[in-house]
Write a protein that binds this ligand. Structure first.
Ligand SMILES: [Zn+2]
Ligand SMILES: [Zn+2]
Length: 124
């Protein structure tokens, strides 16, 4: 124990982290539990079916990607297997990245491309 000096702070922050994690776990459990009650146990993308045995691989996806948005009617939830869930988030990131690019580059694209070409031409 070399970090005894910060013991209290560490303990405190550990408690906060623990509490936050517990909170999140509870929230996750509650919306997951609700979603599993609401929907049939199958992946909304690939249609894979789930039982108690492999239920851990069935995850709750938030359609609007806001994990704090948990309407009781399940309108923001979608049950997805781990793989499809990963895919879904990848697509979302790409979409977000893509739209961010177009938003920023409304003026940039016009100037960016010719410059890039110029640079390439100069290099050659
Ligand atoms: Zn799937
Ligand atoms: Zn998700």
């Amino acid at each position: 124990m070399t970090l005894r000096k910060t013991g209290i702070d560490k303990e405190k922050s550990a408690q906060i982290v623990l509490a936050a994690r517990k909170d999140q776990e509870l929230r996750e459990q509650s919306y997951r539990g609700q979603a599993l009650k609401l929907f049939p146990w199958l992946c909304g993308r690939c249609g894979r079916e789930f039982t108690h045995k492999n239920l851990a691989e069935l995850t709750v996806h938030h359609k609007n990607h806001d994990h704090d948005d948990n309407p009781a009617d399940g309108s923001n939830w979608e049950l997805l297997c781990l793989y499809c869930h990963d895919n879904e988030h990848q697509r979302y990131e790409e979409m977000r990245y893509g739209s961010g690019m177009t938003q920023k580059s409304t003026t940039q694209t016009a100037t960016h491309n010719p410059f890039a070409n110029l640079k390439d031409l100069l290099k050659k």
